[in-house]
Design a protein around this ligand. Structure first.
Ligand SMILES: Nc1nc2c(ncn2[C@@H]2O[C@H](COP(=O)(O)OP(=O)(O)OP(=O)(O)O)[C@@H](O)[C@H]2O)c(=O)[nH]1
Length: 299
């Protein structure tokens, strides 16, 4: 047996409680011809949508038209799946809200078959703060503490992605591994803190020389990786030589010049991320053997 708590004030009190909910409860109906409308909309969030509920009761389009462009097809696909498989829908999208800018909204809804299509019962909640917090945590877990560039984890994820794209589309992809020469000597002479400062500055110089779609990552210690999508080896080598020159000519505030050695490999179709790293690494050792302060590319 189920029991319901009856509040003093009955239905009026229930309506007031719903109006104060920080969100929206709704029914969304989709007819067989694909038309969407909200037969029921309530909650404190309704007025923030900025469209009269009576209008949305006729047609959901004025609200859907407000969605951030790329979120519209995603939401429609989620509803479509929910309808087809009769499973709950759980998704998020961005919607500009009255006086609040673009907000992230979570949608949870349960479909039930209706005479003329499907009827969802669901809720909408503003989750912008959570989304911002998730992004902050993701950034933290992907970032090298000392230099602020990507860490090894992020590098491996991006590299796997780039390698798989390159395998599929035969697009060029180059990887540089850069290592600061005689870094131990810098620490020993100037102290660990000055060593840290050099690492930060090298990371900054690398980043300044790359394009938006490239990635600089600290592999660990005094070793960095530079991932260059859509870049053939020849261009990567020119870039690496410029980078060697820029670093050797930069004033790091220590008495002798800081130099770097760089190994370069271009992805070969069918090759995995680890093989590509190994080939670039191999060239790095060759550059060190060859006298340092230079870049060498794989044959
Ligand atoms: N300051 C600082 N030093 C680090 C950090 N991580 C690693 N190191 C130091 O980097 C040095 C690396 O030394 P080695 O691997 O001998 O290489 P190297 O002196 O650069 O010599 P080559 O690479 O052969 O030119 C070690 O002394 C490590 O202690 C860090 O986060 N900060």
């Amino acid at each position: 047996m189920t029991s319901t708590t009856v509040m003093p004030g009955g239905r009026d009190a229930d309506a007031t409680a719903i109006d104060r909910l920080p969100g929206v409860v709704f029914q969304l109906h989709r007819s067989h011809d694909g038309r969407l409308h909200f037969p029921f909309l309530a909650g404190g969030g309704v007025r923030l949508i900025g469209i009269a509920p009576e209008r949305l009761a006729e047609d959901a389009r004025p609200a859907l038209d407000r969605l951030v462009e790329e979120d519209y097809p995603r939401l429609m696909a989620a509803l479509e799946r929910s309808m087809r498989w009769k499973t709950p829908v759980s998704t998020r999208f961005r919607l500009p809200l009255k006086g609040r800018g673009v907000r992230w909204i979570a949608l949870r809804a349960q479909p039930t078959p209706a005479d003329d299509g499907v009827l969802w019962h669901g809720m909408l909640m503003d989750i912008s703060e959570q989304v911002a917090e998730e992004a902050r945590l993701r950034r933290l877990s992907d970032t090298d503490d000392l230099t602020g560039v990507a860490n090894r984890r992020r590098l491996m994820a991006r590299l796997e992605e780039a390698v798989s794209l390159s395998n599929r589309h035969a697009t060029p992809l180059s990887l540089m591994i850069l290592d600061i020469d005689h870094f131990k000597g810098i620490n020993d002479t100037h102290g660990h803190l000055q060593g840290d400062e050099v690492l930060r500055e090298v990371a900054r110089l690398c980043q300044a020389m790359l394009r938006e779609e490239d990635l600089v990552a600290r592999m660990g210690g005094e070793e960095f990786a530079l991932l260059l999508p859509l870049t053939p080896k020849r261009r990567a080598l020119t870039l690496a030589q410029r980078l060697c020159g820029a670093i050797a000519g930069h004033d790091f505030g220590v008495e002798r010049p800081i130099t770097v050695s760089i190994g370069i490999a271009e992805h070969r179709i069918g090759e995995g991320a680890r093989q590509l790293i190994a080939r670039a690494d191999h060239r790095l050792y060759a550059a060190k053997d060859d006298g340092r302060n230079r870049a060498l590319a794989d044959a």
